[in-house]
Design a binder for this molecule. Structure first.
Ligand SMILES: C[S@@+](CC[C@H](N)C(=O)[O-])C[C@H]1O[C@@H](n2cnc3c(N)ncnc32)[C@H](O)[C@@H]1O
Length: 215
């Protein structure tokens, strides 16, 4: 990995980074999470970025143990700083997992109750989505759930003009990046990993939460 892949300007307080998008979407995400994700057990977060989602979710789920992390060292410093600032005891020190790396899941203790990845798979090569689903299939226990958030297209069509423009801007930055299609790109990966789509929730700003369940 080379450097953070944030697409926004971020303020900082020491090592703690502030993500404007996380400030906007963390409460809508928390609401869906509380309804559709396990409330206890180990929950692995992939591509945690600043760590703001991890502490926000962990504060609302005291019986869950959050395992946030990011391949980027600056992000890991921010995650650790947010965890210390929160005073929460149910957030583990950050891991450095890169889900595009073959066998990444071998470093994780199983079974997990849940896995969450927010705004990651479109800002990474498709190998990251492929590796995330394959690893989730091996790490989640029966009934375990995978939560994805992002601007997915549906059946080959963008759901908003702004998402089509965002997709083009992503591809201009890196042709391997791009908005993923929930039906055509992700459902085949889910099926191959033993996961079924449990629920799709439309979110503000033409994003979606997609929750998958391990058989
Ligand atoms: C746009 S940021 C989103 C951060 C955070 N989830 C949020 O919503 O605020 C995407 C993050 O995914 C991480 N990432 C990119 N490729 C990854 C990979 N292959 N495995 C794990 N994390 C990855 C990046 O380092 C970056 O921190």
């Amino acid at each position: 990995m080379t450097g953070p892949t944030a697409l926004e300007d971020r303020d900082a307080d020491g090592a703690r980074r502030f993500s404007p998008s996380a400030a906007r979407n963390r409460d809508p995400i928390l609401r869906v999470f509380l309804t559709h994700m396990p409330r206890a057990g180990a929950i692995l977060e992939i591509g945690s970025g600043t760590g703001e989602h991890a502490v926000h979710l962990a504060a609302a789920l005291p019986d869950a143990r959050f395992l946030p992390g990011d391949p980027d060292a600056e992000a890991r410093a921010s995650i650790a700083a947010w965890t210390a600032h929160s005073g929460l005891s149910n957030v583990a020190p950050p891991h450095a997992l890169d889900v595009a790396a073959e066998g990444w899941e071998r470093a994780v203790a199983r079974p997990l109750a849940g896995i969450v990845s927010i705004n990651m798979i479109h800002i990474a090569p498709f190998e990251a989505a492929r590796g995330l689903f394959a690893g989730a299939g091996r790490l989640l226990g029966s009934g375990g759930r995978l939560f994805l958030y992002g601007p997915f297209s549906r059946n080959g069509a963008h759901t908003a003009r702004s998402n089509a423009e965002f997709d083009a801007s992503l591809k201009a930055r890196d042709p391997r990046w791009g908005v993923r299609d929930l039906d055509r790109d992700l459902l085949p990966l889910a099926g191959a990993a033993g996961l079924a789509l449990a629920v799709v929730v439309a979110m503000p700003s033409n994003n979606f939460s997609a929750v998958f369940e391990r058989a």
